[in-house]
Design a protein around this ligand. Structure first.
Ligand code: DGT
Ligand code: MG
Length: 550
């Protein structure tokens, strides 16, 4: 089956280096030269590169970190406010640099940028007779705004590595466009570092998938461009295949651990194989294609159309759009974990505490910035309560941390937006009038349950009219709403593990979850020609497939 990639776009990816640790380093620069670890619960969620040099790594137990590096400096990272604020500041700086605000946030510390328009404009103004003294225009209207650069070489590294390769003669070639983009990437990274104090690692290619993957080649504080050719010919294999094919399948975004396990089992013929299986092994396996992938990956909770999606990914095809940034998150959620929570009164108390934090966060994130704040920039429509019942010993199902949650949603009552009432009173009322009835529906029995987690969230956040200049506003709000309700079966029920909350002390600190853009199910549409459900990101590729004769 033919899969076609759209290589007309230029996409950049940024991933901040040891993000949480850097937030502390920016606050206290003396920490930069010390081994620094950020603790959430009993886990090192991240550590700086000095600590990594000494053998520490992400998601290590605190006790192991202390044993390996006794002089490690440990800071507490349970309160996400400072990470959220830093993330927003960095995002706003990047968005101010990129034309059309084509910047999409992934979690707190990754950005995707569609810079096609900026690159094509800058290609059009290149002087082929003096490429060494080129000028990158950051503003179309003011030709003095920008930065000087040498357009005879790539900034940063390339894959594959090329020493002193000649400048492309065709200025409109993909290679030249990527070369110019590498200088823009360098400029953005330098701004982030010198203006705010964060280093980032960058990738430059033609899709989110390829830019993200190639970016991870030189970490930290490096950048890598995936060089053409992107299409294979009879003589030459494309660099997309050369690059992607070597990756262990689990390293590919979109392939989670359970999917990887199923693929490994099929390729090796062994159920619990831990053999290294690469993209090439899967792609070139006899009979491989969307139908076989569908078969292999079925039973993962949402296998509809998964074969087409994976087949595209294995070929480096990802034509998904960069979603224009929202000024507001898609949802706000607050949660806490518990060693033991088994009485109604204790639950009620915790729900009030969580509700208070939720209202505080809503006011911080959704009110306009005027003083005194007076206007809601966005309104969540839905209130959601999730719990995670602790399973009786021995009944572990092997399901993931997230999939053991159960939840209920209800319309968010309008009184929550009253600014003249204090937060304590609002929290009490919210629990009394809404949350407790949701809780009773989740747990009709008066006792006999024991919860390890409570999460309360507002979702379906819709931006207020007149505040949508930079963002995709209501349509995106609607789309997410639709995704939640209609397209749930497209969600691959697989998530990266968070800190393993189950092993935590009973009185662990409350944590807020970082959910600007993550946690949302994938959207799909049925193909009008063959009726197959195709995820939005693969739609263009799918239509091209129909237009190409077999
Ligand atoms: P890097 O990109 O390898 O230089 O290091 P980081 O620290 O930027 O790691 P990254 O990009 O995977 O994640 C960004 C931040 O998100 C990180 O600083 C801490 C947090 N984080 C990452 N993975 C987890 C996790 O599994 N659980 C929790 N609670 N937080 C995590
Ligand atoms: Mg990072």
């Amino acid at each position: 089956m033919a899969v076609l990639r759209n290589d007309s776009r230029i996409i950049l990816h940024l991933d901040y280096d040891c993000f949480y640790a850097s937030v502390f380093e920016v606050e206290q620069p003396a920490l930069r030269s010390l081994p620094l670890a950020v603790q959430q619960k009993q886990i090192v969620v991240t550590c700086n590169y000095e600590a990594r040099r000494r053998g520490l790594h992400k998601l290590q137990l605190i006790k192991d970190a202390k044993r390996i590096c006794p002089d490690v400096v440990i800071v507490l990272g349970e309160d996400l406010t400072k990470f959220r604020n830093a993330s927003k500041e960095l995002y706003l700086l990047v968005r101010s640099l990129v034309w059309g605000g084509r910047v999409e946030k992934l979690g707190f510390d990754e950005l995707f940028l569609d810079v096609t328009e900026m690159i094509d404009y800058n290609i059009s103004v290149l002087n082929p007779n003096d490429l060494t003294n080129s000028f990158f225009h950051l503003d179309r209207k003011d030709p003095t705004i920008g930065t000087a650069y040498d357009a005879t070489h790539f900034q940063g590294s390339t894959f594959p590595v090329t020493e002193g390769s000649p400048v492309p003669t065709d200025l409109s070639s993909l290679e030249m466009r990527l070369l110019v983009a590498s200088h823009l990437q360098g400029h953005i990274r330098s701004k982030l570092e010198h203006q705010i104090g964060f280093t980032a690692t960058g990738g430059i290619s033609t899709s989110k998938l390829l830019a993200k993957l190639v970016g991870s080649v030189h970490k930290p504080n490096g950048q890598t461009t995936l060089l053409p050719p992107y299409q294979s010919t009879l003589e030459n294999e494309s660099n997309v295949h050369r690059f992607l094919d070597e990756h262990e399948i689990r390293k590919i975004p979109g392939i989670g651990s359970r999917m990887a396990q199923k693929l490994r089992a099929h390729i090796t013929g062994q159920e619990d194989s831990d053999a290294k299986v690469t993209v090439r092994d899967v792609r070139l396996f006899p009979g491989m294609g969307p139908p076989l992938l569908d078969k292999i990956l079925s039973g993962l909770g949402s296998a509809k159309g998964i074969g087409t999606k994976m087949w595209s990914v294995l070929h480096g095809v990802d034509n998904s759009e960069i979603l224009q940034g929202r000024d507001v998150p898609t949802q706000i959620s607050i949660e806490d974990s518990y060693g033991r929570l088994d009485t109604f009164e204790a639950v009620r108390r915790e729900l009030v505490t969580l509700s208070r934090s939720l209202i505080r966060r809503m006011r911080a994130d959704l009110l306009d910035n005027e003083t005194p704040p007076g206007r809601w920039r966005a309104h969540p429509r839905t209130l959601r309560l999730s719990t995670r019942p602790r399973l009786p010993p021995g009944s572990e199902t092997g399901r993931t941390y997230h999939s053991n949650r159960i939840s209920r949603s209800a319309p968010l009552p309008a009184f929550i937006f009253h600014l003249d009432e204090n937060m304590d009173a609002l929290a009490e009322r919210l629990v009394q009038e809404s949350v407790l009835s949701m809780f009773r529906r989740l747990h009709p029995e008066k006792s006999g349950w024991n919860l390890s987690l409570l999460n309360i969230a507002v979702t379906n956040i819709v931006e207020s009219a007149g505040d949508q200049k930079q963002s995709s506003g209501r349509d995106i709000g609607k789309m997410f709403q639709q995704q939640e309700t209609v397209l749930r079966d497209w969600t691959v029920q697989e998530q990266e593990p968070e800190a393993p909350v189950d092993v935590l002390p009973p009185d662990s600190e409350q944590a807020e979850s970082d959910d600007w853009e993550d946690d949302e199910p994938l959207a799909s549409l049925d193909c009008t020609l063959c009726g197959c459900p195709v995820p939005l990101f693969a739609h263009e590729a799918h239509m091209m497939y129909h237009s190409v004769p077999e």
